[in-house]
Design a protein around this ligand. Structure first.
Ligand code: DQA
Length: 148
């Protein structure tokens, strides 16, 4: 039983990238916390960051048969552009939570639309890196409830 965390383009730069929008935590720091959270609850943890759309799509496809039961995804700029990544998530039928560090609704109009939100269990935005931890807590709660 595994929880998969996917991060899209430019999130490898977290820590130094526009910290006024995205905070100062690095992706490694975030992943260490999320892995500990998942493991403490008895779930496996896997994560991938990619700047390439097809790599994220292929990882979503693999999740269908690798024991993944829940996905947390920050599609980053692909949020606003990628029908293909949306279709991949719809295709594997895995539940997912959409996470954004920044409050996309307080920013440019092109960030207000997401190709993912209507398929997501829920969406968290604007809470910085804490948003991933809140999403993880909710994923664990849902999986625990499913097992009970
Ligand atoms: C983001 C918001 C997107 O609009 C942007 O393209 C990103 C990061 C966020 O986490 O706030 O790269 O998904």
């Amino acid at each position: 039983r595994k929880i998969l965390v996917l991060n899209g383009p430019n999130l490898n730069l977290l820590g130094t990238r526009e910290p006024e929008h995205y905070g100062r935590d690095t992706l490694d720091t975030i992943n260490v916390r999320l892995a500990a959270q998942a493991q403490a609850a008895g779930y496996g943890y896997d994560t991938l960051q990619s700047n390439a759309e097809h790599v994220l799509i292929d990882r979503v496809h693999a999740a269908r048969t690798d024991g993944t039961e829940f996905v947390l995804i920050n599609p980053a700029a692909f949020t606003h552009t990628s029908v293909a990544l949306r279709d991949a998530l719809a295709g594997v039928q895995l539940p997912f939570i959409e996470v954004h560090l920044s409050n996309v609704h307080a920013r440019e109009a092109f960030r207000h639309h997401s190709y993912f939100s209507d398929l997501a269990v829920g969406v968290i935005c604007g809470l910085g890196a804490h948003g991933y931890e809140l999403a993880m807590a909710h994923a664990i709660r849902l999986l625990d409830a499913k097992a009970a």
